[in-house]
Design a binder for this molecule. Structure first.
Ligand code: SF4
Length: 254
């Protein structure tokens, strides 16, 4: 999820100033295909996602629980343990960091993230352009992210960019509307996580025909989504409990 800070930018993540004069001003998000490959590549290779956040701290002020895995030793060393609690449904050692009454992360200071160079993987992975790409509606508590996401403007200079954007939108719609019934317990419930999942499995919706040459059935799509989910190395953001649910849902669909 989120990241940002007015602290020193990391070498791997050059921050670019954005035209923030107007809350409704459009912000270029670039070629959709290039963005899609970049954000997927970063996650697969566990690199920081490169988001031109500017001075925006919307994701740090949106009542989000920040997951931190047991392997994130550097991050854990910079956060007071009193701010952390066990992540429900996750193996021992996985923790969450909450937020204050204003929905702000306790690490957020007046000048940005106070632990920017040591921020959680969850924050390094977050890209609110995924919300813009999928069109998913967010909860009221995430209004700041939704407003930021509305400003992004993708370009579609090629038919491939148009097709890929349509596939990402279709993936998000399917996961939101059909996922709970077809894949009970296997999908995240939070729209932000659904948006990131849609980016991950969009290729399932890029094909216009199924096994028999016809439009894929919902069951075929659900099976393909599960395959795509299980192929991805399970990260701390997808705890073991959900991995088990994925296997259970796959069994139910066969
Ligand atoms: S640790 Fe908190 S303040 Fe820092 S980037 Fe993450 S959400 Fe924002």
């Amino acid at each position: 999820m989120a990241k940002r800070s007015a602290g020193a930018p990391s070498a791997s993540r050059r921050r670019v100033a954005l035209p923030l004069a107007s809350a409704s001003a459009a912000v270029p998000a670039g070629d959709f295909s290039e963005w899609l490959r970049s954000t997927r590549g970063a996650r697969e290779q566990q690199r920081d996602v490169d988001v031109p956040c500017g001075e925006c701290t919307a994701c740090c002020r949106s009542s989000l629980f920040i997951h931190i895995g047991p392997d994130e030793h550097d991050t854990l060393a910079h956060i007071d343990r009193a701010l952390l609690f066990p992540a429900p449904g996750a193996p021992p050692g996985h923790v969450l960091m909450g937020y204050d009454r204003q929905g702000r992360c306790p690490m957020l200071s007046a000048s940005g993230c106070s632990i920017y160079e040591h921020r959680p993987r969850t924050c390094r992975d977050f890209d609110c352009r995924a919300v813009a790409a999928t069109g998913l509606a967010l909860d009221e508590a995430q209004r700041a992210i939704a407003e930021q996401a509305r400003r992004w403007r993708f370009e579609h200079p090629t038919s491939q960019a148009e097709r890929e954007h349509a596939a990402v939108s279709a993936a998000a719609t399917f996961l939101l509307e059909r996922g709970p019934a077809l894949l009970p317990g296997a999908l995240p419930s939070h729209p932000l996580q659904l948006a990131l999942l849609a980016i991950r499995v969009y290729h399932v919706f890029a094909s216009e025909s199924g096994d028999d040459g016809e439009r894929p059935s919902d069951a075929e799509l659900a099976r393909a989504v599960l395959t795509a989910m299980s192929q991805r190395q399970e990260s701390a953001a997808a705890p073991a409990a959900r991995a088990t649910s994925v296997k259970r849902a796959a069994t139910a669909l066969t």
